[in-house]
Design a protein around this ligand. Structure first.
Ligand code: HEM
Length: 200
């Protein structure tokens, strides 16, 4: 359709699904480990298969997390007065009358979410590698477990919020994850700065 604009390409779409699917495999098996859930062993087949899937889903998650940096890190670090304006207006979420400053390809909330996600995702990845590979050194194993558990708690708090914001709270957003395109007018309302830069 001619009045559509592309917000994500095939690379971003495939990478996002890899991130999301590996994350869900990690969370399910992670809960299994944390609470010794027999049902999770059954879901994955056995305890050792659950551990195998957890470790390798972790590798997919890490690669995918690294690849998100090419798409989202430069824009997320570009924070300016429009982002302060967005924060002061709470992104327009608290009042329909609020006028929010024009936003880039992702808005200030998404930029901040991305930066927190990148830090937490890096912490859970590094500590996961610690648990996997430095089994002998007690101090580092304990630190790795602590960091792994704290970042797990943070991620299972922020990701459901992200999913809610990407679906029910903002109709029309989920199609980015599937098709990569959005209606031009939809994009103009939410990402005016980026739409203008694209020459529309
Ligand atoms: C299946 C549930 C999910 C839905 C419906 C969803 C939805 C979306 C959508 C629509 C976007 C594009 C936003 C835009 O370009 O304006 C996006 C971006 C993103 N998603 Fe997800 N997502 C899901 C799961 C996940 C998971 C599990 C993770 C991480 C483990 C994740 C991490 C990200 C990141 C880092 C971005 C880029 C920053 C942002 O746009 O907020 N997503 N997601």
């Amino acid at each position: 359709m001619s009045n559509m604009i592309r917000k994500a390409g095939p690379f971003e779409i495939v990478n996002h699904w890899a991130l999301a699917i590996s994350f869900f495999a990690l969370v399910l098996s992670g809960f299994g480990f944390l609470f010794h859930l027999e049902q999770m062993n059954a879901l994955f087949g056995s305890f050792s298969r659950m551990r195998f899937i957890h470790n390798w889903a972790g590798v997919i998650f890490m690669v995918s997390l690294f690849l998100t940096m090419f798409t989202y890190l430069p824009v997320s670090l570009r924070l300016g007065s429009d982002d302060i304006g967005w924060i002061l207006k709470a992104g327009g979420y608290l009042s329909k009358k609020a006028v929010v400053p024009p936003q880039d390809i992702i808005n200030t909330g998404q930029k901040l979410y991305y930066l927190v996600f990148l830090l937490t995702g890096s912490a859970i990845s590094a500590s996961g590698l610690g648990i996997w590979f430095i089994a002998g050194v007690k101090k580092w194993v304990l630190i790795s477990h602590l960091v792994h558990n704290i970042s797990f708690d943070l991620l299972v708090t922020i990701i459901p919020l992200h999913i809610y914001l990407g679906t029910l709270a903002n109709p029309g957003t989920f199609r980015i994850m599937v098709y990569g395109t959005v209606p031009l007018e939809w994009a103009r309302k939410r990402h005016e700065k980026w739409v203008r830069r694209m020459g529309y």
